[in-house]
Ligand binder design. Structure first.
Ligand code: PLP
Ligand code: COI
Length: 364
C-alpha cells in the first residue's frame, strides 16, 4: 500500500494490463468498452459519513440482492474527460462543474452530497494513477465516469442510508462511428424523457433507462439519435438522449433550448454559449418548436444544427426524421459554425489554445 494521498489511500494494483496489450487496446478503443487498471471507491453511511476512500484495482463490486439501487434505482453519474497535452502532460476540462452538477443531482435524488474537493480529487487520482491509459491520438481522451448508488440492504421505499461513490476510467475515441460527420435524428412523438418537476435536470441513471425505447425506435428508423420534445405540449425541443442541441441561423446567431428543469445543464452547452458570445455572436436560450425547426430548415433561415456533450463533443445534425416525413439541414453536412466552434473547444480542452476562462486543470 502506498502513502495516503489527501483523503485517499492509493492501493496500486500489482497485476496491471501489460504494456503491449494496453497499446493494442488503445489503438481503437471505441467508446466505453475498454477500462483502465484502477478505480476510486468511497463508502458512505449515515453514521460515519464518507469514509474508506481509496484508489484500488478495478474489480467487480459485491452487491447484496436487496441493495436499494437494484430495486428503486437511486443512482447518479457524471462524465468528463482527461486529455493528453502536446507536452505529454494531461489536463481535465472543468471538473469543478461536474462536481457541482453531481451535488445537484444527488440533492434531487435524496442522496448525500459528495464534497466537491473529494469528487475532483478522485478524478485526478484515477487519471494520474492510470496515466498510461490516456490516448495520444488527436480524437482520443480518457473518459471518466464518476457515479454513486444506494447500497443499503433494505426493501422499504426511502432514501438509502448507505452509498458507494466510484470513479472508473475508459480510454475513448469518437462517440459516433462516423466521428465528427453529421448524424441523423429521430423525433420521439410518443415517448418523453423528462417532465416538469421530474428528474430531467439530474444526471440520473433512470433518465437514460427511460430513453432507451425511444432510442431503439430511432435505430429502427435508421437514425443515430433521438430528440425529445417537452412532456406537456409535445412541441418544444428539449434535448437528445445524451446531448444538448444548438441551432444556427442565417444571421450567424445561435439558439439553444433554455434550462427549465427538464434538460441537463450541459457543461459543453455552457462552454459553447461562452465561446460563441466571446466571438461576438448572439446566443439565445429560448424555446424552439419542432414545426418551426422544419419550417426554418425548408426556408433556409436555419443554416446548421448540432448536438453537443462531453462524449459527443460537437456533432452536426444532417437529417431529422419524424413519423410524417423527414427534412435536411442545409446540405446535410457539417456546417462552418459547428466546425469552427468544435475546433476552438477542442483546442482549449487539449491545452493547445489559450484558456481565457480558466477551464483547464493541469494534472501533470
Ligand atoms: N444532455 C444529456 C441528457 C446528457 O447525458 C449529456 C451528457 O453528459 C449532455 C446533455 C451534455 O452534457 P455535458 O456537456 O456536460 O457532457
Ligand atoms: C456524456 O457525454 O458524458 C454522457 O453522459 C452522454 C452519454 C455517454 C450518456
Amino acid at each position: 500500500m502506498d502513502q495516503p494521498n489527501q483523503h485517499f489511500v492509493v492501493d496500486t494494483h500489482p497485476g496491471i494490463v501489460p504494456a503491449e496489450q494496453r497499446t493494442a487496446l488503445l489503438a481503437n478503443p471505441g467508446f466505453g468498452k475498454v477500462f483502465t487498471d484502477h478505480m476510486a471507491i468511497v463508502r458512505y453511511s449515515q453514521d460515519r459519513g464518507w469514509h474508506d476512500a481509496r484508489i484500488t484495482a478495478r474489480a467487480p463490486i459485491p452487491l447484496d440482492p436487496a441493495s436499494a439501487v437494484l430495486h428503486y434505482a437511486q443512482e447518479i453519474f457524471e462524465g468528463l474527460k482527461a486529455y493528453r497535452a502536446e507536452d505529454g502532460g494531461a489536463v481535465l476540462f472543468r471538473p469543478g462543474e461536474n462536481a457541482s452538477r453531481f451535488r445537484l443531482s444527488a440533492e434531487r435524488m435524496a442522496m448525500p452530497a459528495v464534497p466537491e474537493e473529494m469528487f475532483v480529487e478522485a478524478c485526478r487520482l484515477v487519471t494520474t494513477t492510470d496515466r498510461a491509459w490516456i490516448p495520444d491520438s488527436p480524437d482520443g481522451s480518457l473518459y471518466l465516469r464518476p457515479f454513486m448508488f444506494a447500497n443499503e440492504v433494505f426493501l422499504g421505499v426511502k432514501p438509502s442510508s448507505e452509498y458507494l461513490f466510484l470513479v472508473i476510467a475508459s480510454p475513448v475515441g469518437a462517440y459516433f462511428k462516423g466521428g465528427a460527420s453529421a448524424v441523423s435524428i429521430w423525433v420521439s412523438d410518443e415517448y418523453v424523457r423528462a417532465a416538469p418537476g421530474g428528474t430531467g435536470a439530474a444526471k440520473y441513471g433512470g433518465n437514460y433507462a427511460a430513453s432507451l425505447k425511444a432510442q431503439a425506435e430511432a435505430t429502427e428508423n435508421g437514425c443515430d439519435q433521438v430528440v425529445f420534445l417537452d412532456a406537456v405540449e409535445r412541441r418544444w425541443i428539449d434535448e437528445l438522449g445524451g446531448m444538448n442541441v444548438f441551432f444556427v441561423f442565417e444571421d450567424g446567431s445561435l439558439l439553444t433550448p433554455p434550462l427549465g428543469g427538464s434538460i441537463l445543464p450541459g457543461i459543453t452547452r455552457d462552454s459553447l454559449i461562452t465561446l460563441a458570445r466571446d466571438a461576438g455572436r448572439t446566443v439565445r436560450e429560448e424555446p424552439y418548436a419542432i414545426d418551426q425547426w422544419a419550417a426554418d430548415a425548408a426556408s433556409g433561415r436555419l443554416r446548421e444544427a448540432f448536438a453537443c456533450g462531453t462524449a459527443a463533443v460537437i456533432t452536426p445534425i444532417g437529417t431529422v426524421k419524424r413519423r410524417d416525413g423527414a427534412f435536411k439541414i442545409a446540405d446535410g453536412e457539417a456546417g462552418p459554425v459547428a466546425t469552427s466552434l468544435r475546433q476552438q473547444l477542442v483546442d482549449i480542452q487539449r491545452a493547445k489554445a489559450p484558456d481565457p476562462h480558466g477551464w483547464v486543470q493541469r494534472l501533470f
